[in-house]
Structures are given as structure tokens and as C-alpha cells.
Write a protein that binds this ligand. Structure first.
Ligand SMILES: Cc1ncc(COP(=O)(O)O)c(C=O)c1O
Length: 428
């Protein structure tokens, strides 16, 4: 620590807190040297990390536009209006709210804005790919609202839209949620709209997973069809951790008031600055190319896994992720995820449709390609990853074999540096 500093404000992290600094370095090393296949994770560009570590973190700016509860909001206001403009232009939306702290809060704001407690909501079953905030009993959404769940067809692994329609007609929901955390196929937002219209329901599209694909036009957009669209900003969209809400003009005031003062107070202005950067980046040709490659890589990985004998729910993928059904391999999702991590491949265990195991064990894993594609990997790498996954999970897998794979992966990852070499006193 420098003797001259009286307040401590000007001392860098490595000097103030070597313990946390060291852990952050180790985390960076882990991210650089592993094959990250968790489809909800990505590497945020350095520009996004810089904005989110900026001095705007110091600013309180409750409110919207020029109407703030605190003084000194000049720069915060500018940043937020740029973020809003960019979000609207990127997705072709009429209105955007960039304040939700995370995807769960964005969804909570929609329930709060559009529904009364006890209203009916039709959403995708968590076991079939839905999200916790889409009506799980252990979540506010499942406790405060009456939930009807649709799922996938047991034979095709795809959402049966005729079944969704029948369910909606019978259940008469006030809101229908389209969107998922673990669905490998294209979502038919247009059909969801026509079903919602038949029963007079709001349509919420939660595009948290596929927002980057939609921005790059490699997945159809729900914006023309849904009343409201929610999305996290940190998955395929490659922004900071956080969320955005898009909606039609006529719902703008209700949505804004639901976010603040409804469910949140001070916005995270540094994160909003980083969202603005991410929206700018997502409008570039290089981002579009990466998203196309993310989908192409998922197809390559899916084919290669099938060739190695893995079963994929629905037989493949249209987007950035796939669901591997491990039942025939005799391994559980939890066991497979641990063996893969030991080998240098990070995936998450995941329930598969009609899973008989608990969510802590599961019968599946959910590999995805956003992070490996962001670091520049392509088709040949996907085939190599499938080969490593096959070996690590095969009956012949042993600690020695997994160590061997770990070292091969460490060497392979060096060819695809995420952020490049670091100056001594910085982490990224
Ligand atoms: C479809 C969907 N909605 C909402 C969320 C919640 O996002 P967060 O973790 O930022 O609260 C997720 C995150 O996994 C998601 O997949």
C-alpha cells in the first residue's frame, strides 16, 4: 500500500486486496484454459467489461429521463438514453427499459405490470426447458399466479403448437410466455401470438437465451408479435450481467413504472453503460458473423456427438444449444458434468423432458456454443470437443485419461486467447 494515500480511494485492487486479486486471476486462468459449453455463459468484450467497471458505479439515478430523484445525473441520463435508443434500433422495438438488474427482475416487472395476483399464466414446463421465473412452485411466479404448463411432444422433443393452443383455450390464461432456458429448436412466436389473440392473453417472449441470435437475424424475432419481450444481456448477446425489456409504446409507461418504483430502486448505471456498448457491438457485422458461427458450431457439435453415439433431445438443434439425453450411457447429468469438468470442459447438468431424476442429478447435460465461438473456435474444434466429451464419458474413462484430456485442452485453448496477454496489475 502506498504511504501517501490517506483515503485509500486511489489504491488499486492488487495492492489493497491481494487475496481477491489472486482469485480473480485464477478465475481468468480457468476461463482461458477451459472449454466453456454452458450456453447461458459467454465472454463479454473488454469494452463491455471496462464500461461496467467504470465510475458510473458511484452514481444514484433513480427515475427516468430528466425526471430523476437525485442531482448530478447529467451523464447517467445521457448514457441511459443512448442505451435505450440502441436497444430499440437493434431489435426494431418501440420502447426499451434498460434498468432491470437481471432476467429474473425483468420477468417480475412484467408480472407486476400486466397481472393481478392469482391471474393465470401459461408457460413452458421447467422440466421441458422453461425457466424458474415462468411459474416454478419455488419461485414467486409459481406462488403468486396460477400456472398452466405446456411442454414438448414426447416423440419429437418439440413444442406441439396445436397442444399449446388446446391448452390455452381450456385454461384461458391472462398471459402466455414463449421462451425457454433449454429448448434447442426455433420458437414459433407468430403462432404464439395467434394463440394469445384467441384467448385475449398478453404474449411475453422471454428471449434471454437467443437474444444475440435474434439481433443477428439467425432466429426469427418476437418483436412484431409479442406485447412484451424480456431478455438477459449477458448470454448470446455478450453484454454485462443484466436485462432489458422491449415493448410497444402503449405499454411503455406501465412497464417503466413496474421496474421503478415497482420492483427496483437505484439503476446500475455502470451496467447500463455496458449494455449500451453491447447493443452497439451487437449491431456490427463481426457480431452477426459470430452469431451465425455460434449456430453453425452448435450444428457441428450436435452432429459429432450423434456420431459418437449420444442421444440428443429432438435429434439436434436449430440454435446455440443442445440437450444430451444420457440415459443410454448409464451416467447421470451430475456425474457427466463432473467428469467433463475434470477434463477441462464445463457444462451444466440439465433435466431432459420427462426426466425421472431430480434437478440436482438429472439425466442430461445442456452444451452450447456461444463462449467457444466468441473465442474463435470453428467446425474442426467442435469435432475435437465431441471426441473429448466421448472419451471423458466413455466406460474406459479414468482419472489418468481425464488428466490427459485436461492437458490437451489447456494447450488447445492457448490457440484461442480470450483477452490476450494482461498488464501486470490488471485482471479482465
Ligand atoms: C429464459 C430465461 N429467463 C430468465 C433468466 C433469468 O436471468 P438471470 O439469471 O439474469 O436472473 C434466464 C437465466 O438463466 C433464462 O434462461
Amino acid at each position: 500500500m502506498t504511504a501517501e494515500s490517506l483515503t485509500g480511494l486511489d489504491i488499486s485492487l492488487d495492492q489493497v486486496d491481494p487475496e481477491i486479486f489472486q482469485i480473480l486471476r485464477e478465475e481468468q486462468e480457468r476461463q482461458e484454459s477451459s472449454i466453456v459449453l454452458i450456453p447461458s455463459e459467454n465472454y463479454a468484450p473488454l469494452s463491455v467489461l471496462e464500461a461496467s467497471a467504470s465510475v458510473l458505479a458511484n452514481k444514484y439515478a433513480e427515475g427516468y429521463g430528466d425526471n430523476r430523484y437525485y442531482n448530478g445525473c447529467r451523464n447517467a441520463c445521457k448514457v441511459e438514453s443512448i442505451a435505450i435508443e440502441r436497444a430499440c434500433s437493434l431489435f426494431g422495438a418501440e420502447h426499451a427499459n434498460v434498468q432491470p438488474h437481471a432476467g429474473a427482475q425483468a420477468n417480475l416487472a412484467i408480472y407486476y405490470a400486466l397481472l393481478e395476483q392469482g391471474d393465470r399464466v401459461l408457460a413452458m414446463n421447467l422440466d421441458h426447458g422453461g425457466h424458474l421465473t415462468h411459474g416454478q412452485k419455488i419461485n414467486y411466479s409459481g406462488r403468486w399466479y396460477e400456472i398452466g404448463a405446456y411442454g414438448v411432444d414426447p416423440d419429437t422433443g418439440r413444442i406441439d403448437m396445436d397442444a399449446v393452443e388446446s391448452l390455452a383455450l381450456e385454461f384461458q390464461p391472462r398471459m402466455i410466455i414463449a421462451g425457454a432456458s433449454a429448448y434447442p429448436r426455433t420458437v414459433d412466436f407468430e403462432r404464439f401470438r395467434s394463440i394469445a389473440d384467441q384467448v385475449g392473453a398478453y404474449l411475453l417472449a422471454d428471449i434471454s437465451h437467443i437474444a444475440g441470435l435474434i439481433a443477428a437475424e439467425v432466429h426469427p424475432s418476437p418483436v412484431p408479435f409479442a406485447d412484451v419481450v424480456t431478455s438477459t444481456t449477458h448470454k448470446t448477446l455478450r453484454g454485462p450481467r443484466g436485462a432489458v425489456i422491449l415493448c410497444k409504446k402503449e405499454l411503455a409507461r406501465r412497464i417503466d413504472r413496474a421496474v421503478f418504483p415497482g420492483i427496483q430502486s437505484g439503476p446500475l448505471m455502470h451496467v447500463i453503460a455496458a449494455k449500451a456498448v453491447a447493443f452497439l457491438e451487437a449491431a456490427t457485422e463481426r457480431f452477426r458473423t459470430t452469431q451465425k458461427q455460434t449456430v453453425a458450431n452448435a450444428t457441428h457439435l450436435a452432429h459429432a456427438l450423434i456420431e459418437h453415439g449420444f442421444d440428443l433431445v429432438s435429434g439436434g438443434t436449430d440454435n446455440h444449444l443442445m440437450l444430451v439425453d444420457l440415459n443410454r450411457s448409464g451416467r447421470t447429468g451430475a456425474e457427466a458434468a463432473d467428469l467433463l469438468e475434470e477434463s477441462g470442459i464445463v457444462v451444466n447438468k440439465n433435466p431432459i423432458p420427462f426426466d425421472t431424476r431430480s434437478p440436482r442429478i438429472t439425466s442430461g447435460i445442456r452444451p452450447g456454443t456461444p463462449a467457444v465461438t466468441s473465442r474463435g473456435m470453428g467446425a474442426a474444434d467442435m469435432r475435437q470437443i465431441a471426441q473429448w466429451m466421448h472419451s471423458a464419458l466413455s466406460p474406459a474413462s479414468s482419472p489418468d485419461l481425464r488428466l490427459e484430456i485436461r492437458e490437451e485442452i489447456r494447450t488447445h485453448c492457448q490457440k484461442f486467447p480470450v483477452y490476450g496477454p494482461l498488464p501486470d496489475s490488471k485482471f479482465r
